[in-house]
Design a binder for this molecule. Structure first.
Ligand code: HEC
Ligand code: HEC
Ligand code: HEC
Ligand code: HEC
Ligand code: HEC
Ligand code: HEC
Ligand code: HEC
Ligand code: HEC
Ligand code: HEC
Length: 505
């Protein structure tokens, strides 16, 4: 899947050194790995790196061409992962394996089996661990922390090959039985099993069982067949590559090849620090304001047009979790009907900020709701929970993305708040949804969702106006929880609109 579009580094270096010779200027910097540095080039390697499979040195050899990336990575948690270990754990191979570069022999807790493990020997940290002598100490120092090569693969001994690995998948395979993937590139899993399996290690709290990670039972091919996710307009939210291409300039014209991946670690996390720099400790990719697609009653360019903004890490989710129909499309749906009537299945940001459904002329809607006081919006209810970890209680981001009634809500609702309370509220909303469906002569709203044909000639414009709110609430999926007030108002206004028109009819 890797696109071989980068220039051959040897060629670049030859080109640079040729220019240097022509210019005949002060070009006597240290020799590069396989050639001289250019006139205005940074120092090349001192020539010793080529004997090692891992170049190391925190990307020093890369900074000539990738200077800002090297600086950014140094500021992330990965950049100082080795410094996080205390003196005792520095002697503990179990701890060191994930806090250094090129450790290729997994060590289980409390074990010293690693010495004989039959893995490839590639001059990583493990090959110098416990070895005496200055050279070994120097090599260990070169491989401290989670460096470029932890994710891009070893780039020596022939550095000039410059064949970095790039992987947009999460761990190469989604089969929990077979996770320790064949290719080590961009494998977050070996170090981040906690996020994949959940803090209890039984997968329930982790990415492995989330909707993001288990679409269509795990086959990208099946998913494409079913949902056409390869087509341009879907890929931006349904695939890792599509989202990265849309959000990272460096990948705007990248040829990702034919295989696409689900939403995985690198879809949401940009290991080169992400959006907003060092103020973004979780290295999240997109945290800026997100405009809704359907901006009624405003035009998209209006200053007042509804935007989800100021919700911290929850901003990330809104990039994909918004209804994706625009003003023209909704107007056309109301006028003519549509095979997929309503917003896209993902109108969560819309409901949350209290916009984004078709609204009945003259009706009033309460857009603000106390849930908007959740600082990180989606993330506060769907991910972060106080968790007992390593003997202390701390905030931990659950990567199954399911809201947990209880822990996620008790901070505001108190400890007695339970599943029942939520279901009672959702039951009220479903009652209103049924009331509307019954008016359309359906048994309940599920019946209407399945069987109503908005394009049928007998269906009137005012019926479509009334029906939209129902499909909006269905598309959101929280049965009103995301914004109880706006949801209630939408359904009540729709029912009133139906009644007023059917009486007049
Ligand atoms: C002499 C310059 C130079 C040096 C030194 C260099 N690179 Fe690159 N690198 C490039 C160029 C040029 C590209 C292609 C950029 C493009 O196509 O947009 C590239 C692309 C990449 C890519 C993207 C791969 C792809 O498929 O597009 C990665 C990852 C990368 N380099 C990692 C590294 C790492 C890690 C190091 C240090 C160990 C390094 N590079 C050192 C010049 C360099
Ligand atoms: C070689 C092991 C290793 C690999 C591979 C690795 N990480 Fe990490 N990661 C760590 C360690 C160790 C830390 C904690 C750093 C520290 O000490 O603060 C960390 C921290 C993080 C953090 C920040 C959380 C924090 O506490 O600072 C994020 C986000 C993250 N990693 C995401 C990823 C993603 C996404 C990938 C795959 C593209 C990945 N990591 C690959 C070891 C690794
Ligand atoms: C399987 C890989 C792995 C092993 C083994 C491991 N760590 Fe980590 N460590 C990580 C990752 C990944 C993080 C990032 C945060 C997270 O996952 O919650 C981390 C975070 C940390 C942090 C917090 C850094 C911060 O600034 O927040 C400390 C301290 C730490 N580890 C120490 C240790 C010690 C001590 C051991 C050995 C007992 C150890 N680690 C073993 C992967 C590992
Ligand atoms: C934790 C894993 C991880 C680490 C550490 C890491 N990268 Fe990357 N890198 C990625 C992933 C994933 C991508 C592709 C998606 C993206 O840009 O986030 C990538 C893309 C790139 C690209 C191509 C896109 C661009 O931004 O130009 C370059 C170049 C690159 N990395 C260089 C480096 C260098 C140099 C270092 C070390 C200083 C480094 N990376 C450290 C995971 C990592
Ligand atoms: C703006 C981002 C976005 C775009 C663009 C997008 N989707 Fe979605 N889609 C989502 C989100 C987010 C969900 C999950 C919503 C949920 O679970 O409530 C979803 C859910 C779905 C589902 C239901 C999935 C299931 O397993 O229940 C289907 C089917 C679907 N989308 C098809 C498509 C198709 C086909 C396209 C292109 C024509 C497309 N989507 C474009 C964001 C988007
Ligand atoms: C749908 C987006 C998304 C995906 C996919 C995702 N993450 Fe995260 N991750 C987040 C968000 C948002 C946070 C920040 C939560 C917060 O505000 O504390 C986070 C936090 C983290 C942290 C910080 C430490 C913690 O509290 O857990 C690590 C490490 C991390 N993610 C690793 C991963 C890994 C590894 C994967 C792949 C298995 C992954 N993430 C997949 C969105 C995502
Ligand atoms: C790159 C786009 C994208 C981002 C970013 C994203 N999601 Fe999703 N999400 C999707 C798609 C697509 C689906 C539908 C997957 C499917 O077909 O089941 C989905 C599904 C879900 C589901 C339903 C899961 C299930 O079990 O059915 C939840 C809940 C969810 N996302 C929450 C979040 C949260 C919270 C965030 C932010 C931390 C987030 N998402 C970020 C695209 C995204
Ligand atoms: C006040 C807490 C809260 C906030 C804030 C919140 N959610 Fe939810 N979300 C819930 C609850 C509760 C449900 C309903 C779960 C159920 O009925 O099983 C839900 C349902 C969902 C679903 C449907 C899941 C499914 O299985 O179909 C998605 C997707 C979702 N939320 C995404 C988001 C996004 C994206 C945001 C931010 C814009 C967000 N949520 C904000 C609590 C919250
Ligand atoms: C930031 C604080 C906060 C968080 C977090 C929060 N809520 Fe709320 N929620 C409120 C407040 C305040 C009210 C309004 C009080 C009321 O109407 O009883 C409310 C109202 C509600 C209502 C409407 C009750 C009614 O009968 O009108 C539901 C349902 C609800 N919350 C569910 C949840 C769920 C489920 C979660 C966790 C997944 C959650 N909330 C998390 C603050 C919060």
């Amino acid at each position: 899947m890797k696109a071989k579009h980068f220039l051959n580094l040897t060629l670049i270096l030859i080109l640079v050194s040729t220019l240097a010779m022509v210019g005949c200027e002060g070009d006597q910097g240290p020799a590069g790995a396989d050639g001289a540095d250019g006139a205005d080039g940074a120092d090349g390697s001192d020539g010793t790196i080529s004997e090692f499979t891992y170049v190391g040195d925190k990307g020093e050899a890369c900074s000539h061409c990738h200077a800002s990336t090297v600086q950014q990575v140094a500021m992330t948690g990965h950049g100082h992962a080795y410094e996080s270990l205390d003196a005792d754990s520095l002697e503990n191979p179990y701890c060191v394996q994930c806090h250094t570069t090129g450790w290729d022999r997994p060590v289980s807790y409390g074990s010293d089996d690693w010495m004989t493990a039959p893995n490839a020997d590639v001059n990583g940290f493990d090959d110098y661990f416990g070895v005496e002598g200055d050279e070994a100490a120097e090599r260990r120092m070169a491989l401290e922390g989670v460096q470029c090569e932890s994710c891009h693969g070893p780039m020596g001994p022939d550095f000039n090959d410059h064949s970095p690995g790039l992987n947009f998948a999460t761990m190469g395979t989604h089969d929990p039985e077979n996770i320790v993937a064949d290719d080590i590139v961009s494998d977050c899993y070996p170090c981040h099993s906690t996020q994949f399996e959940g803090p209890s290690g039984d997968f329930t709290g982790g990415y492995a069982t989330s909707g993001h990670g288990s679409v269509s039972g795990g086959s990208v091919e099946d998913f494409n067949m079913e949902h056409y996710a390869h087509i341009e307009s879907c890929a931006g939210c349904h695939t890792s590559e599509g989202f990265i291409a849309a959000s990272d300039m460096a990948f705007a014209d990248f040829d990702f090849g034919d295989t696409v991946n689900f939403i995985g670690c690198v879809t949401c996390h940009d290991p080169h620090m992400g959006d907003g720099g060092a103020g973004n400790p979780a290295q999240l990719r997109e945290l800026g304001p997100v405009a809704l697609s359907y901006t009624f009653p405003y035009e998209p360019d209006d200053a007042e047009a509804p935007t989800m903004t100021g919700f911290g890490t929850g901003q990330l989710c809104a990039n994909c979790h918004k209804g994706r129909r625009d003003n023209a499309n909704v107007a056309s749906q109301i006028a003519n009907g549509y095979a997929h009537f309503g917003p896209h299945h993902s109108a969560q940001a819309d409901l949350f900020i209290g916009y984004g459904s078709y609204e009945i002329d003259g009706a009033t809607y309460d857009r603000t709701h106390v849930h908007q006081s959740a600082e990180n919006a989606c993330v506060d209810c769907h991910m972060v929970r106080e968790t007992e970890l390593h003997g202390t209680t701390q905030d931990f981001a659950f990567h199954n993305f399911r809201p947990e009634i209880g822990t996620n809500c008790s901070g505001c609702h108190g400890d007695s708040f339970a599943e029942d309370d939520v279901e009672t509220f959702q039951g009220t909303i479903e009652g209103l949804m049924d009331d509307l469906a019954v008016r359309f002569n359906y048994a309940d709203y599920h019946d209407m969702e399945e069987n109503w044909d908005s394009t049928a000639e007998t269906v009137t414009v005012w019926e479509r106006e009334a029906a939209y709110a129902l499909f909006f609430i269905i598309g959101d999926g929280s049965l009103g929880v995301h914004n109880p007030d706006y949801a209630t108002d939408l359904l009540n206004a729709a029912i009133a609109h139906y009644d007023a028109n059917s009486e007049a009819f």
